[in-house]
Design a protein around this ligand. Structure first.
Ligand code: FE
Ligand code: FE
Ligand code: FE
Length: 220
């Protein structure tokens, strides 16, 4: 396709996103299977459902433009997924693999955020407000996913620190864990980290996602 107008570029971006999302449709179940942490696995499964919805939104936009819904191979997504596959082939400690999966997944989300952000801006510029709103909805989901992955990563770092000590010292480790958390969320009124903080910590890491299991408390 020749890119002679902003409309052409808009369609080019849509086809790139369509390809990227369809590649993810195949990759996300593998990532969910590979993840050791049940919350991370659920997050990937949840995002798989969102991805189906995002593809449906793109279908809707193509439909409105009276264009056939088809992708143009997104080589960037192909590369990002290839890197994730290489990770899965490595012999890695499960905790490390989960952190690596998050790093790979966040690269994907950031790529999508850029794609949806640009496509939405082009839609607005050419006066297609309906398409802009559909793209904004997907952009919001990618942003929420990125944020959730950050929360899971921060939680996991704390858990790894907790299991790195002998089991007889677990309660002490839990208190230390909360202190670390207070450092990250500077400004919350944690004090020196007594046992009552375990409940606070538990509630605090509840993921903002339907159907996810309660967060890290049980795992200490
Ligand atoms: Fe997506
Ligand atoms: Fe691309
Ligand atoms: Fe995504």
């Amino acid at each position: 396709m020749k890119l002679k107008s902003l409309e052409n570029l808009f369609v080019h971006e849509l086809r790139d996103l369509y390809s990227a999302e369809n590649q993810l449709l195949k990759a996300l179940p593998k990532m969910a299977n590979a993840a050791e942490d049940p919350e991370l696995s659920k997050a990937f499964e949840y995002h798989l459902e969102q991805t189906r919805g995002q593809i449906a939104r793109l279908d809707q936009i193509f439909d409105r433009l009276q264009l056939r819904a088809k992708g143009k191979k997104c080589r960037a997504m192909e590369g990002l997924i290839e890197e994730a596959k290489e990770l899965l082939k490595e012999r890695t400690e499960p905790e490390i693999l989960d952190a690596a999966l998050i790093a790979a997944a966040q690269r994907v989300e950031h790529y999508e955020i850029a794609g949806y952000g640009c496509a939405r801006a082009f839609a607005r510029m050419i006066g297609d407000e309906d398409a802009a709103q559909l793209l904004q909805a997907s952009l919001d989901e990618e942003g929420q996913t990125d944020k959730l992955l950050t929360e899971l990563a921060e939680g996991m770092i704390n858990r790894r620190a907790a299991v790195a000590v002998p089991s007889s010292d677990r309660s002490e480790a839990a208190a230390r864990d909360v202190t670390t958390d207070a450092g990250y969320h500077a400004g919350r009124d944690h004090d020196a980290g007594g046992p009552h903080h375990a409940a606070h910590e538990h509630a605090h890491h509840e993921p903002a996602m339907a159907g996810a299991p309660a967060a890290s408390g049980e795992m200490h």
